[in-house]
Design a protein around this ligand. Sequence first.
Ligand SMILES: [Ca+2]
Length: 206
Amino acid sequence: MARDIRLSVLLVVGLAAAGELAFWPAAASQATSSRPSTSQPASTQADSTQPVRRVLLRQDFEGEKGDWGGQIITDNVPAGSTRALGATPTETHWARRASVGNRGTMRAAANTVLKFRYHMSKDIPLTIYIMDRTQKDNLRYDIKKPAVGRWTEVRLNVNRDFRRNDGSEGKLQAGDILTGISFLAGKTGTDEFDMAVDDVEVISLE
Ligand SMILES: [Ca+2]
């Protein structure tokens, strides 16, 4: 009995190795034939569903005047840049604030990406607010442990990563109207440090 099983196993392995076993080549051919049959529609589909990329906001602070709040700095800026936006003290709550795009509006997509560079001189959490005018609340993201002493690039998916500032689980929805972006850190009267941002971009993918 055991010998029969061994022989059967050997037979199966032998036939399979020779490519003569009916179900194995069938499965293999199914696997290979499914590739060409699906690759064509898949690639067509991929082309037609390539997200449309729209730059909703791009600010490098290189121009003399722009839609921002803070103080232009020219020392210790990222490589390839001559100017960045330094955060300035606020009288209430936040020790430092820099803001961008307060006068315009942006329509969010299903995927709305925020990119920027920041520089912090101290290990103080960096909070980002994006005002969602449709939801009438700020959307918030916290960088709890920012890099200190070096320019660092951040890329966030606002729909996925940000939450409403009221503490609810509400998220950014496609079609929402966004306005200014604020970069905030520290507590007024307590924290002294330098913070700057550069190359702020909001991109919609839909
Ligand atoms: Ca710049």
